[in-house]
Ligand binder design. Sequence first.
Ligand code: GDD
Length: 309
Amino acid sequence: MHGAIRRSSSFNTDRIDGIYQDPQTSDRSLFLHHTDLVDGVGLVNLLRDVQPDEVYHLAAQSHVRVSFEMPHYTGLTTGLGTAQLLEAIRAADVPCRFYQASSSEMFGATPPPQNEHTPFHPRSPYGAAKVYAYWLAVNYREAYGMFAVNGILFNHESPRRGETFVTRKITRAVARIAAGVQDRLYLGNLDAVRDWGYAPEYVEGMWRMLQQDQPDDYVLATGVPMTVRAFAAAAFERVGLEMEKYLAHDARYERPAEVDALIGDAGKALGTFGWAAQVHGVDLVHLMVEADIKALDDQLSGRTIRIDR
Ligand code: GDD
């Protein structure tokens, strides 16, 4: 397996600690390469050297709120970066299957339930860039016969979720408040409805999409709605604290245009390759809170060792 990572002056592989292998490891099965979606020639060279069977294009500036602050950069990476990668595949002449990480953010203002036939109405520069990338994947399928697939994934979460997305921000804060190392949790819009699933199940769904005989586009979702408020309430309830005592509002976390409700219909994925989400709702909240309690406990007791690489 080969992975592409951005160069950083500090270590940036902690979220793959579980599978990371040092370059000195004999019979290594994971190889990481520095690259970037704006480095077109580098992408061609990498693809030519690696000759992948499958390419999972997950790279993006993926934070919706940040995309309002950096619309041009978001368009360059999330949108045009997809063009760079698709062209690099053609230039390197690699007959690989291609997975495009499309997003339920593309549905934006279109009311739920959303499925593969729902019109797109993005509500952020990020959503608009993802719509462009979606159609590019469809276009390369139609124009060049590429095995290009759009996975339209609704929010998928886990203990590895980045700390600035709302689920992890909440579960991490709840663990810290319960341990007495944080006083308050500041959030924006509590009324937004999301369809939160468990990321490992979604990754299996992505892989299944690329194992089909024909390329196509699929929604992955739980179909179970939950508000941000309900997610936070379940997290505080898990540690026996009253949410109202700790939750505060900060308008900085609101967006100039909001996506009010995302609730997916994954019937096509179920009918085609038997995929259905198992973990959602309060079970997902508790799983994430418990993981953050353990991580904090390890950190506070000095058991967490930063791995140098
Ligand atoms: N991040 C964040 N921080 N969101 C907040 C906060 C806060 O303090 N307070 C309220 N929210 C609300 C947001 O306004 C939004 O309605 C909801 O919580 C979820 O926000 P995020 O967790 O940032 O996720 P997202 O739904 O905007 O986008 C995620 O899911 C998409 C798939 O639908 C990202 O992972 C995208 O990259 C992904 O495409």
